[in-house]
Design a protein around this ligand. Sequence first.
Ligand SMILES: N[C@@H](CCC(=O)NCCCC(=O)O)C(=O)O
Length: 248
Amino acid sequence: MQNPILVGIPACTKLISGYIQHATPARYSQALIQGANAVPVLIPPEGERMLPLLERVDGILFNGSPSNIMPTLYGADYDATPDEHDMDRDATTIPMIRAALERGIPMLGICRGMQELNIALGGTLFQEVHKLPDRMDHRSGEGDNEFRFRLQHEVQLSGELARISGASSIQVNSLHGQAIDQLAPGLVVEAVAPDGTIEAVRVEAARSFAIAVQWHPEWEAIHFPDRLRLFQAFGEACAAAHVARMAA
Ligand SMILES: N[C@@H](CCC(=O)NCCCC(=O)O)C(=O)O
């Protein structure tokens, strides 16, 4: 295929077999190929040196990860999970989100990716949602993947996300311990859980697709219409960005 639509995926820092490796679960690439008709490009978490890649891609999927964003990046004076960070990824994705928005590059955020978008624009996070009064436990629990990615609760949709999904509420999986506390300026909420937890946001003034969700639409995306529609809508925005990039 000539001039494919290219979508970047930030990789995480992992210690595997005694080596530092740059990796991310295969399901993100697979959902991009199947749902967005895009060719995925893994982005090593090497900080701002990766920003020139934005000249060559048509979109970025800011994916999920078990690691948590460094609390100092949003001004917190305590760290509930000091052993669960990936500062190389933070140093790559936070500036990349800001730069992608400046350039009007389409972005889809998933789970950690949504939290990164909120931090990049000046918001804050709850570090342990399950310890807050009146909040549900949004973690998956232990088990095989079928169990961890099971449908766990409803979300009420609004705005662009409701239009794309073709529904005002959907059932979602849930694999996160953290969540948006103070919403960043410029974000609008487009999905909410029954306990009030923010489940999706959109960058209101974005020049292109800029939606992020707290659940995992990449999991079995082609079997769930709302998940597939989200990847298709992202793919259409990336295709439009591709035409503009080729014409420039
Ligand atoms: N660590 C953050 C973000 C959660 C997240 O992105 N989870 C993805 C996990 C998927 C997997 O384990 O394969 C939080 O806990 O809120």
